[in-house]
Design a protein around this ligand. Structure first.
Ligand code: CMP
Length: 140
């Protein structure tokens, strides 16, 4: 399987509880390399752009408010089959359904405060990475 990159966000529930290192340890243990990382405080407009695909969903307002209310850590992860691999490590969107050992099973608080985001396809990964990182900020 070819080397692939995916975009990751450690959400406000992670930064607030000082769990950045614990989540990163799980990411690295899964064989993913953190090739770019920074802590940012998104504006509401940035969160609305990022989650634009969910604009019509009933949780859009709550989601974008939460994501812009406190700092997050944005990352680019690299590895074999990185998109699927990270989604496996993240676990199900609803932590109640997440498999033991996954990030969401171990750390997530709820469907909204579910600790991490990961891209769902190569096309979305490219768009999401480009929203937050310039090419020279990603060092593989
Ligand atoms: P994420 O992977 O960041 O992509 C969209 C996010 O919307 C998802 O994680 C959840 O945090 C959030 N989400 C999805 N479904 C719901 C829901 N029913 N209620 C609240 N938030 C949701």
């Amino acid at each position: 399987m070819a080397l692939q990159r995916t975009f990751s966000i450690l959400k406000p529930d992670v930064t607030r509880r000082n769990l950045t290192g614990a989540v990163n340890a799980k990411i690295e243990a899964a064989g993913l390399r953190i090739v770019a990382q920074k802590r940012v405080h998104m504006s509401l407009a940035e969160a609305e752009t990022f989650y634009g695909v969910h604009r019509a969903r009933p949780f859009f307002g709550e989601l974008t408010q939460m994501m812009s209310a406190a700092p997050v850590v944005v990352q680019v992860l690299e590895g074999d089959n990185a998109i699927a691999r990270y989604r496996d490590v993240m676990g199900a969107t609803n932590p109640a359904n997440a498999v033991p050992g996954t990030i969401r099973k171990e750390f997530a608080l709820s469907m909204g405060e579910n600790s991490v985001h990961g891209s769902d396809a190569p096309e979305t990964a490219a768009v999401e990475i480009a929203q937050f990182f310039a090419g020279n900020e990603i060092v593989g």
